[in-house]
Design a protein around this ligand. Structure first.
Ligand SMILES: [Zn+2]
Ligand SMILES: [Zn+2]
Length: 437
């Protein structure tokens, strides 16, 4: 028996190796649907990046070149510039004293670039500086295979007083906020514009929904049905974004579980993946209590440091979000989800596997104010959504699928507090993407 089966077995192994090789060489992306090991090996590396960054082009307090240097010198591999409703793609002069960074930021810029880089002029007695365009920053600081700069925009829309912000990365034309007759429709309209630009240009682009709890703008019910929006911020380092919610508002992580539970059942939409980002605006007093760089990032497993390849890898779920915890390996098989944290002698880790089982109770009820009126916030759902299925302490942990899970994800919490937290007492964390057994 064994001898007769051997040629078939060998053939299957060869076929599997070929399929793997094709998958890796085309994009570095292999879908999570099958078994997958996220680990640096061969051409695959973990690349660290922040995809939410503000500068003098909108309400940040520093120049693009100084921000690029900050990230390059702090161990990042890629950085997306995402100013509000603009691309840095045109000539723009600003009054030095009226910029957010003022004279201090300008003096630092001049000190760092003493020769022939900073362009100044005086108009009506005001001293102005020209903000460098993205292409100029790219030409000077982008280093192949070492440091990648990505052009982006924070599409900053609203519905009434509710802010609706989405980050578009690797786009080529500004997308003006498109609005809509509801929060959900406004999100959908902006996502559609990005998808249309992507299709028209043939250039890979991605869009993610930012900080849903900023201004309590977006509920789980608003985001869940949006088609083409497959990413959102499970962690945003800005101190005003309420990642953890409050007694009335669901935390962003709770929203994530509600959205994915509904997407995989009644809505029949793909999983929503989670990013961590900085949303940094202030660069001159680190650490302080402002929106500073270095708080949250993504780690993407990719064969190349290239926007198209990174986006494909993220679309395949081959990344995790971090606010300080580094993972060596995430292994998904038909049997289990396994996580290995990079060893660190100073910290211990709690690894929680969180998920929703098939046949969960989908009912929800509104949150009411004291007069019994319905509040425009994420509804209350059953505890069967986003349940902690298993908790382990240590550097590695494995969750064995029982077979009745809709999806499972892991959250890793370090014993070490975040060195520069967005909210006091926040620990360092990592979040893997949800997987469907
Ligand atoms: Zn925003
Ligand atoms: Zn922002």
């Amino acid at each position: 028996m064994t001898t007769r089966l051997r040629p078939l077995g060998l053939g299957l192994i060869v076929l599997a190796v070929m399929l793997l090789a094709i998958g890796l060489s085309r994009s570095g992306a292999v879908s999570h649907a099958a078994s997958d090991t996220l680990q640096a090996q061969g051409p695959l590396k973990w690349y660290r990046g922040n995809l939410h960054t503000h500068s003098h082009w909108s309400d940040g307090d520093d120049y693009l070149e100084m921000i690029a240097l900050w990230y390059r010198d702090h161990g990042y591999d890629f950085l997306g510039f995402t100013d509000h409703n603009t691309l840095a793609d045109h000539d723009r002069w600003v009054d030095i004293d009226k910029t957010r960074g003022g004279r201090k930021a300008f003096d630092k810029l001049k000190a760092r670039f003493p020769q022939d880089w900073v362009e100044e002029r005086t108009t009506d007695g005001k001293q102005e500086v020209r903000l460098k365009r993205f292409e100029e920053i790219f030409a000077r600081f982008n280093e192949k295979d070492k440091f990648l700069l990505i052009q982006g925009e924070e599409i900053s829309d609203h519905f009434g007083k509710l802010p609706i912000h989405l980050n578009a990365n690797n786009l080529v034309e500004t997308i003006p906020p498109l609005g809509g007759t509801s929060v959900s429709e406004a999100i959908q309209n902006n996502v559609n514009a990005l998808v249309a630009q992507r299709e028209r240009t043939g250039r890979p682009m991605m869009i993610h929904l930012n900080h849903p709890n900023f201004g309590w703008g977006i509920t789980a019910e608003d985001l869940a049905p949006v088609r083409g929006e497959n990413f959102f911020e499970v962690y945003n380092g800005h101190p005003s974004v309420h990642n953890d919610g409050d007694p009335i508002h669901a935390s962003v992580e709770r929203m994530w579980d509600i959205i994915n539970s509904r997407r995989l059942t009644e809505l029949e939409l793909p999983l929503l993946y989670g990013l961590a980002t900085d949303d940094c605006h202030v660069y001159h007093n680190i650490p302080s209590r402002g929106s500073e760089p270095g708080r949250g990032w993504v780690m993407v497993l990719s064969a190349q440091l290239d926007p198209a390849v990174l986006i494909q890898a993220m679309e395949a779920g081959r990344f995790y979000a971090s606010s300080g915890v580094t993972l060596d390996k995430v292994t998904v098989t038909s049997q289990s989800l396994e996580v290995a944290v990079r060893p660190d002698a100073e910290a211990t880790y709690t690894i929680e596997f969180i998920g929703t089982k098939k046949g969960f109770d989908p009912k929800s009820e509104p949150i009411l104010d004291q007069e019994g009126n319905e509040l425009p916030v994420t509804r209350k759902y059953s505890d069967e959504i986003g349940k902690v299925l298993k908790t382990e302490t240590g550097r590695t942990a494995t969750y064995r699928f029982a077979g009745d899970e809709l999806y499972v994800r892991a959250r890793i919490t370090s014993s070490r507090p975040h060195p520069n937290p967005s909210t006091l007492g926040e620990p360092e964390r990592a979040w893997t993407q949800p997987v469907q057994p």
